[in-house]
Design a protein around this ligand. Structure first.
Ligand SMILES: [Zn+2]
Length: 229
């Protein structure tokens, strides 16, 4: 039997490692050119971009994203979310996050979420908006309590891990406490991080076989969208 590929749920890199399949998070330039060169792409207005681009440019980016969604060229929406280290942009990030959630719900696409110290903000929004589509928290850095609260409000929350499995003992301890049906792995913007190594590290931590882990992650991935894989 042919070995399964390693699924990378969130990457900004465009060179795929051997035997891996990734969801490409589109850059600002790729969005402007409506360029989706990979099989799986997601597009959103990153919460950091609001520092560098004008409101007019944001509106243009929104238009490009909507075009791609309507043409059926996106697998997911995002990344979008909050970064509490930039309190001056919080209000704008909130308006934009709402826009992304509506797009994800209306077009039935998963949402990829950036969360820096904003766990309680997402809990508030879940209570109000009650979304149905999956929410994938990329590079999740929260604790077990936050995982439980999020899953209680929205059972279709997923938690993705990457470099933190290498450099954070807390995250290594957290991983086995999360239901295995709700996890993913990613390389994000780490140029020298190999997705194979992340799976190896995670398998060790979860005390499972790497092949088993890969098949579990594909199973999780297929639950996210009704699209044929
Ligand atoms: Zn990212």
């Amino acid at each position: 039997m042919e070995a399964l590929a390693y699924l990378d749920i969130h990457t900004h890199n465009r060179i795929e490692a051997d035997s891996s399949v990734s969801v490409a998070s589109l850059s600002m330039e790729e969005i402007q050119q409506e360029q989706t060169s990979k099989k799986f792409s997601s597009a959103g207005i990153h919460p950091w971009w609001v520092e560098d681009v004008s409101l007019e440019e944001i509106e243009k980016l929104k238009g490009h994203i909507e075009n791609m969604v309507k043409a059926g060229r996106l697998w997911g929406i995002g990344e979008t979310g909050f970064d509490r280290s930039y309190p001056e942009f919080f209000e704008l990030q909130k308006v934009l996050f709402d826009w992304h959630v509506d797009l994800s719900e209306n077009f039935k696409l998963p949402l990829v979420i950036h969360n820096v110290r904003s766990g309680s903000d997402f809990l508030e929004i879940l209570k109000k908006k009650k979304p149905i589509m999956p929410w994938i928290f990329h590079d999740f850095r929260g604790n077990e309590e936050l995982v439980k609260s999020l899953l209680q409000l929205h059972s279709s929350c997923f938690f993705s891990f990457g470099i933190s499995l290498d450099n954070s003992p807390q995250i290594r301890e957290l991983l086995p406490l999360i239901p295995i049906e709700n996890i993913f792995f990613e390389t994000d913007n780490q140029k020298h991080l190999d997705i194979h190594d992340i799976y190896l590290r995670a398998a060790e931590q979860l005390k499972v076989d790497v092949e088993f882990l890969k098949s579990q992650i594909w199973h999780n991935f297929k639950k996210l969208t009704p699209l044929p894989q």
